[in-house]
Write a protein that binds this ligand. Structure first.
Ligand code: CA
Length: 362
């Protein structure tokens, strides 16, 4: 008896094991989650965001850290606001958040008000894919948000808040990088307070990111004298080749003051947008941000001829940055699941490939 049953048992075990292995291998291929599943998008998972004790909190009361990318200036790169690019970001990159960088000066909204339509198109593409979307009033040149060139801010944010304030996807950013001889408490905070009050009359709860003095670096100074209101964050911008420990110390101080720090812009390059990429220094930064659960948005999704750009340039400018509104702004390929993507070796820069890996590794 003993000997008779020995073989069949071994045989049955072997067949069972083989079947299990087969099932597993089919299961992995056949049951791979579709990244387009609407129940798995960032907004489906996290819903309405809020700020509690300087922490970003999702609808379940859990702390959340968002990661994503910013477009380049929409006055040059509105071509990147297309369905395929947003598919690639949502489903091939797995970004949580897209920032729409609407310059106001420098041939931006002040002289081309139809850029607001481009922003609305971007908001809708993001909402359709369940991503958070930052509407960035890109104060840059001139550096004072009270300069006449920025006089359209109340109308613009009224329009956006009235149309999209009910969507948990939308995040307002009211001044990208104020710069020049501006005092936080005397110059910038009153502007920020007036914009926060204006938005809050329409939208009681969506996150508002507030720029800080000195190109959104003095987050410690803003955090020491915060704007009144709910669900507010303070912008910290860094470029890994230029900024390091001194700026991280400022971020730590703001965190200690229990104000939410949000890195709405950072690059792997020098502050100029070019040079590098400084990937080791970038990793040091990203480790720091992970440690403090600080959300981040990488600069920039364009094919501008500079190191911080995510997409490859059509031509190099011999040291001059070349603006190229054509080229791979729309992904050229579709993967086996039907998802558009930028072929990494062909259309992503070294910086772009690295940033995508950091987001995918999350
Ligand atoms: Ca709202």
């Amino acid at each position: 008896m003993h000997k008779f049953f020995r073989f069949p048992i071994k045989f049955i075990l072997l067949v069972t094991l083989a079947s299990l292995l087969l099932l597993l291998s089919f299961g992995c291929a056949g049951f791979r989650a579709d990244p387009r599943d609407p129940s798995r998008t960032p907004v489906a998972r996290h819903g309405q965001l809020s700020v509690q004790n300087g922490r970003l909190i999702n609808q379940h009361g859990e702390e959340v850290q968002l990661k994503g990318v910013s477009t380049g200036g929409l006055q040059h790169y509105e071509g990147v606001v297309n369905a395929e690019a947003f598919d690639a970001l949502a489903y091939d990159w797995g970004v949580d958040v897209v920032r729409l960088a609407m310059y106001v000066g420098e041939a931006g909204y002040a002289t081309r008000p139809r850029l607001a339509d481009v922003v609305e198109r971007g908001i809708e593409l993001a909402i359709e894919r369940g991503m958070y979307v930052i509407v960035d009033w890109h104060v840059h040149v001139p550096g004072d948000p009270r300069h006449p060139v920025y006089a359209g801010a109340p109308d613009f944010f009224t329009r956006i808040a009235e149309k999209y304030g009910e969507y948990p996807h939308v995040i307002y950013e009211i001044m990208n990088e104020p710069n020049g001889p501006l005092d936080w408490s005397l110059d910038l905070k009153p502007y920020a307070q007036s914009m926060v009050d204006l938005i809050r009359e329409i939208d009681p709860n969506n996150l508002i990111i507030i720029g800080t003095p000195n190109w959104s670096q003095d987050v410690d100074i803003a955090a020491a004298d915060p704007v009144e209101g709910v669900n507010l964050a303070y912008a910290l911008h860094f470029y890994a080749g230029t900024h390091g420990d001194a700026l991280r110390d400022k971020a730590r101080k703001a965190v200690e003051l229990e104000q939410l720090v949000f890195v709405s812009e950072w690059g792997t390059s020098l502050a100029s947008g070019d040079g590098g990429p400084f990937l080791e220094k970038s990793l040091e930064w990203l480790d720091f941000l992970d440690e403090h659960k600080i959300s981040w948005v990488n600069w920039n999704l364009s094919n501008r001829d500079e190191i911080s750009a995510i997409l490859t340039a059509l031509r190099r400018g011999n040291g001059l940055t070349v603006i190229q509104p054509q080229g791979p702004l729309r992904p050229s390929r579709v993967n086996s699941q039907g998802i558009p993507y930028w072929p990494p070796d062909e259309h992503l820069t070294e910086s772009g490939r690295w940033v995508r890996e950091q987001i995918l590794a999350d």
